[in-house]
Design a protein around this ligand. Structure first.
Ligand code: RIB
Length: 302
């Protein structure tokens, strides 16, 4: 089986489920839970649930949250031997989810910001078939990891879901970049999706996947645009839908599916994720995906 190297943020998420949310007010939650989180951990677990071997790299803190993150990743079967324990607090996020399933997050990056290029284990270049990377770690580490992966012949898939000063030179190494509509404009500074995509192509990105939530996704390839509709499902909690999409897309490509089939599979996985609470606990297993494909009579060949 192919192996994916995952890098980016590792967090502990504390969820609060409320009817509505008001700022400057004492909001009382109806339910609360603590989960493993952060986009790197989430994608690693989502891939593992699909049956893909995963190695994760990054920093967790020397606090109890650091222990929790390593333990949980291990329970899901993610290889944590390339994780570093860094002096300080682990990344953490408070997530308020209102009854329409939308979330508001308070992020504290903690030692995710301490993952410097000197901490990269270069032997990873011999291990993976693909690299998933997220913009929640220092820009120079993103640059070094993606150039290492590209030189080693890996597929490089990037989620730019975090403000970053990453140099444009790094974009040359990205096979796929998967922003949401807001991030697409933000990272490029352009006024429309079309202009933003053109800009990314000019910088060397091979394909742009614009994630659009309940409107589905658009995959911009060099010569055509694929419109991928969202699958209908009842939205309970949208947290982690993008991570689920990313993992299933990577799974599809590693299985030899083309971009369109991979994106349809990704949209299906995301639709299952939004119908459940939490992140890692909401990602579908490969068996669940298979039965969903059968129930809906879809033409996706796993
Ligand atoms: O994509 C969801 C993730 O974003 C959460 O797990 C949270 O930690 C934030 O980084």
């Amino acid at each position: 089986m192919k192996k994916v190297i995952v890098a980016g943020k590792l967090n502990v998420d504390i969820f609060y489920y409320l009817d509505s949310l008001e700022v400057f007010s004492n909001n009382i939650a109806k339910e609360s839970m603590m989960e493993l989180g952060g986009k790197a951990s989430n994608v690693a677990v989502a891939l593992k649930k699909l049956g893909v071997d995963v190695m994760i790299t990054g920093c967790v803190g020397t606090d109890i949250f650091g222990e929790f993150i390593v333990k949980k990743l291990g329970e899901f079967g993610v290889d944590t031997s390339h994780l570093k324990r860094c002096e300080g607090d682990s990344g953490r996020t408070a997530i308020a989810v209102t009854k329409d399933g939308q979330n508001t997050m308070l992020n504290y990056p903690g030692v995710n910001e301490a993952f410097s290029p000197e901490m990269i284990d270069w032997t990873l270049a011999e291990e993976g078939d693909a690299l998933f990377i997220q913009f929640g770690i220092p820009a120079d580490t993103i640059f070094e990891l993606s150039s290492m992966a590209k030189r080693a012949g890996m597929m490089v898939y990037v989620d730019p879901s975090y403000p970053s000063d990453i140099p444009w030179d790094a974009f040359y190494y990205f096979d796929y970049i998967s922003p949401n509509e807001r991030e697409l404009l933000q990272i490029t500074g352009k006024s429309s999706s079309e202009k933003a995509v053109k800009h990314l192509f000019k910088k060397g990105v091979e394909s742009v996947i614009a994630k659009m939530g309940e409107k589905g996704a658009k995959v911009y390839l060099e010569k055509r645009i694929l419109d991928i509709p969202a699958f209908k499902s009842s939205t309970v909690d949208t947290t982690g839908a993008g991570d689920s999409f990313n993992a299933a897309f990577i799974y599809g490509r590693l299985k030899g599916m083309d971009d369109e089939e991979s994106a349809r599979l990704a949209a299906l996985a995301a639709s299952i994720t939004v119908s459940r609470k939490g992140t890692t606990s909401s990602f579908p297993s490969i068996e669940e995906i298979k039965s969903e494909i059968a129930n809906r009579g879809l033409k996706i060949r796993l």
